[in-house]
Design a protein around this ligand. Structure first.
Ligand code: SAM
Ligand code: SF4
Length: 333
């Protein structure tokens, strides 16, 4: 088979043109919905090297992937990630490389990231209140993150978006302040429904659940929201605020299942190709790149065939204990 001009199409006819690469499972935060406080991270030998990540990125682009998002763990704690971004950005056929970060290192890295070719950046920010931020991330680092947001804004990326996971009785009273903060900086914001992944025993998942329409109701008390057709290739559905350029997105894995238009796959830090965030179907690409380091065709054939494993949809259910016992940091959120 010649896969060099093949598009990745799964068994349900969905074209896959977006991959999220987790470049590390490590992180300087311990967000309550993502990690346990005492995490055991992967031994280095099990994590894909930067060269392996570059090889895999190139193979995916040869198979028609148009967007690569680097995530983690915290991608900016991985040494050498800027060089990886520069390499990936230069791949012919790729539309863009983007990054999801907790912002803690952005003061230092905003400029090198822009120089490496990064155009869009998502920064996670759940609270503007220092004590609450420290409770949710288990780290007292709001100050660094806000400085990081300012550094990114000053650098003039094409697009900056905040991501906030909203949890009832934790930070739902910050929905408006977070939107105001984004508007004042000329950036966008998406609100994410918490997903039942990893070790979630630290809090009551069902009690903390706030559906996207509930968030829109809160916003509607202060703003007129207008539904928008705007798309970025991700699962966010967008609304605009009347009289403002600010777009407010909603990622709603519970209340609005977006599986029918899913265009993505994920590569974990240890090289497992995950076909769906809510299922365990996967292929060990690390084993393939390490066993056949010079055989690109073997790799592209394996990826191509793995697509038939992509399930139709995820089935998150708040009435059941989490089915997926991976942590989000290892998965690549
Ligand atoms: N460390 C980076 C960050 O926090 O932006 C990148 C990795 S993080 C896993 C990517 C995104 O996943 C973040 O926006 C985070 O808030 C989100 N996330 C983590 N665990 C989640 C969960 N259980 N439900 C919904 N979103 C989650
Ligand atoms: Fe780290 Fe991001 Fe997970 Fe928070 S959400 S613990 S910042 S990987």
């Amino acid at each position: 088979m010649n896969t060099s001009e093949t598009q990745l199409i799964d068994g349900f006819g969905r074209k896959i043109d977006y991959i999220r690469l987790s470049v590390t499972d490590r992180c300087d935060f311990r967000c309550v919905y993502c990690m346990a406080e005492d995490m055991e991270f992967l031994p280095r030998a099990k994590v894909l090297s930067l060269e392996e990540l570059a090889t895999l990125g190139e193979s995916f682009v040869n198979l028609g992937i148009k967007r690569i998002r680097l995530t983690g763990g915290e991608p900016l704690v991985r040494r050498g990630v800027i060089d990886l971004i520069a390499k990936l950005s230069a791949l012919p056929g790729l539309d863009e490389v983007t990054l999801t970060t907790n912002g803690s290192q952005l003061s230092k890295f905003a400029k090198p990231l822009k120089e490496a070719g990064l155009k869009r950046i998502n920064i996670s920010l759940d609270s503007l209140n220092p004590e609450r931020f420290a409770r949710m991330t288990r780290r007292d680092m709001l100050h660094q993150v806000l400085a990081g947001v300012d550094a990114a804004v000053a650098e003039g990326f094409e697009k900056i978006k905040l991501n906030a996971v909203v949890m009832k009785n934790h930070n739902d009273d910050e929905i408006l302040p977070l939107v105001d903060y984004a508007q004042q900086r000329g950036i966008d914001i998406s609100f994410i429904e918490e997903m039942p992944l990893g070790n979630t025993t630290a809090h009551d998942l069902k009690g903390a659940h706030l559906a996207s329409h509930g968030i829109r109701e809160i916003l509607s008390q202060s703003y007129e929201l207008i539904e928008s057709a705007y798309k970025t290739g991700g699962p966010s559905r967008y609304w605009t605020i009347k009289g403002s350029d600010c777009k407010v997105g909603f990622i709603s894995p519970h209340s609005h299942n977006f599986c029918d238009t899913c265009n993505r796959v994920r590569l974990t830090a240890e090289g497992r190709l995950l076909l769906c965030l809510g299922n365990e179907h996967s292929l060990d690409l690390r084993e393939i790149v390490r066993r056949h380091p010079f055989d690109r065709q073997h790799l592209t054939d394996a990826i191509f065939h793995a697509l038939s494993l992509k399930p139709e949809k995820h089935h998150f259910n708040l009435d059941e204990p989490p089915q997926i016992l991976r942590f989000m940091n290892a998965t690549g959120g």
